[in-house]
Structures are given as C-alpha cells and as structure tokens.
Design a protein around this ligand. Structure first.
Ligand code: SF4
Length: 217
C-alpha cells in the first residue's frame, strides 16, 4: 500500500466524521490544508452566503491561507480580530461585535473520538462564538487534535496546548518557564473558560472541516 500513514488517518477521520454527524455537526474531510481553504472559499461560502465574517484564535485558519484571503474581501463586512497594532479597547470591541457575524471561523483545542469539541479560552470570545451568536461557525481541525475521550481532551489541552500557547503568546506565566501547567493565578493566565460542545444546536450550525494533516497546536 502507498501512503499507509495517510490512509490510516483518512480512515480515522471518516470514522470521526460519522460520530460528529450523529452529534448534528456538518462535516467535510479533506487531505490538505489547501483543500480546506478551497472548500471554504467555494462550497461553504456559497452555501452559507454570509454578509459578515470574523474569526477567533486558530492557527489553522491562518496557516491554510484563509485569513489572508478573507481579511481583504471587499464584498463582506470583515471584523478582523487578528490585526496587529490595534489598541486593546478597540480589539475587545471587535471581539464583541464578532459575536453577531453571519460566519465565524475558529479551530478547536481537542476533538474526542465520540465527536465532542473541547476548548479552553483566555477571554472567552472564541468559545462564546462557538456556543451562540454567529449564525454559523466553521471549525478547522487537524488530525493531531483527535483524542480518545473527554479525560484525554482535558489533559491534552491543559498539559500540552495551553503551555505552548502561553509560550507562543509570550505570556508571563509559570508554564512558559517550566513547560508544565501549575494552575497559576497569574494576571496573564490564558486558561479561564472551558467548553465542551457535545452536540451542535441548531443542527448544522457548526461546520467542521477535518484535515488529514497535523495543524496548529
Ligand atoms: S493555568 Fe497558568 S500555568 Fe497552567 S497552562 Fe494556563 S497559563 Fe499556564
């Protein structure tokens, strides 16, 4: 067999797709980041027909090129919550307004084999949008985010993703120095709001794109 590793993960992603669909998510599976971008720019934008778009913390959204394409779209109202150099108060206001867009993009910290999304936020804007507000949400998920169950998801997020994200964001937290979560009380703590999205409601509001590559943290 050619590409057994890709084949293995494709089978795992197809199985996960079935679980997620049983939980009322809309799901597509693609092999490459570039395919995820084309899927969004073609099929998903056509189907959802948004007038306004925004996004919240997702390295996959940036690395697949969607951020660069969408932030300059003149035919959409774009609320750019990633723009550099924006004053703090203005950025908070953008994040508030982003909760009412037609289409919101994000990633997830973990997805279980039972088809549940697990996330942990600093501000809560990303998990808020996932839960309620935007008419529809696109979640881009690399195969590295798959874990067996909720316990593994919490462990992955707190002991792996959070310290790396704290490092990426140059936070002054203990985990940046040690690589180990110390459940800190730092003013810059990034671990404040947990969500488990067990099922999508209304049905189909959250559109998940599973990518057969390692993406994000
Ligand atoms: S709780 Fe604090 S120490 Fe633990 S991962 Fe989050 S920011 Fe780091």
């Amino acid at each position: 067999m050619e590409n057994p590793k890709e084949n293995f993960w494709r089978l795992r992603l197809e199985a996960l797709k079935g679980k997620l669909e049983k939980n009322n998510f809309t799901v597509d599976v693609v092999d490459r980041l570039e395919e995820a971008r084309e899927l969004v720019l073609g099929k998903i934008l056509s189907a959802r027909n948004p007038k306004s778009v925004s996004w919240g913390g997702s390295m996959t959204f940036v690395s697949c090129g969607l951020y660069e394409v969408l932030r300059t779209r003149k035919d959409l109202e774009v609320i750019d919550t990633f723009e550099k150099g924006v004053p703090f108060e203005e950025m908070l206001e953008r994040r508030r307004r982003a909760l009412l867009v037609d289409l919101f993009f994000t990633g997830t910290n973990a997805v279980t084999e039972q088809g549940h999304l697990v996330n942990l936020d600093m501000y809560g804007n990303r998990v808020a949008a996932l839960t309620f507000g935007p008419r529809a949400v696109v979640v881009l998920i690399g195969r590295n985010k798959i874990v067996p169950d909720l316990e593994s998801a919490f462990h992955r997020v707190k002991e792996y993703a959070a310290p790396i994200n704290a490092m990426r964001l140059d936070k002054k937290t203990p985990c940046v120095k040690t690589g180990v979560c110390q459940d800190c009380s730092s003013p810059e703590r990034i671990c404040n709001h947990w969500t488990v999205t067990a099922k999508c409601f209304p049905k189909g509001r959250i559109h998940i794109v599973l990518i057969n590559q390692d993406c994000g943290i």
